[in-house]
Design a binder for this molecule. Structure first.
Ligand code: RTP
Length: 157
């Protein structure tokens, strides 16, 4: 059981592998400028097992193995973003998965400007609060043990 104490809605954002240091810093700057609080940030290289678990809802899609290869290719920047309406606001900022569609419908979005193609599309964002909680638990498990230690201590006092 996991408990978080963020005051506003939070979502999970990922800056995917193959993003240059420069672009990563630019994206982080835009995230802050858009009014998100970066509540937690972690660089990590996913194992195949973690990438498969992360994208398990796409297990039967023809692109699944390419997606897992891509996600394991290098370090991802994992971010917990907090803001009112964070899930929707971050998805709006990303734009549609396919950059050719993003260029038409959301030309200012991150994917319209930076995605290479529909697979290598620079960023990920959870599609609901519940998904966000699940993925945060998968990627940031140690927050859960820390907060459990704290709440157990309170109970004992
Ligand atoms: P979601 O929160 O549902 O993951 O949304 P999304 O915009 O990231 O896009 P989704 O369609 O769910 O796909 C997840 C990721 O899989 C890769 N993808 N490749 N080759 C392809 O046709 C294809 N389609 C999707 C992308 O990396 C996408 O972000």
């Amino acid at each position: 059981e996991i408990s978080f104490f963020f005051p506003t809605e939070c979502t999970l954002a990922v800056i995917k592998p193959d993003t240059s240091e420069e672009l990563r810093e630019e994206i982080l700057g835009e995230i802050r400028a858009a009014g998100f609080t970066i509540s937690w940030q972690k660089e990590m290289v996913l194992t195949r097992e973690m990438a498969e678990e992360f994208y398990k809802q796409h297990r039967d899609k023809p692109f699944f193995s390419y997606l897992v290869d891509y996600m394991c290719r290098g370090p991802c920047t994992m971010l917990i973003l907090s803001k009112e309406n964070a899930v929707e606001e971050w998805r709006k900022m990303m734009g549609p998965a396919d950059p050719s569609k993003a260029k038409e419908t959301a030309p200012g979005s991150l994917r319209a400007r930076f995605a290479k193609d529909v697979l290598e599309n620079t960023v990920h964002g959870s599609s609901s609060s519940q998904h966000a909680q699940e993925k945060i638990q998968l990627l940031f498990g140690e927050i859960s043990s820390e907060s459990q230690v704290i709440s157990t201590g309170d109970d004992d006092e």
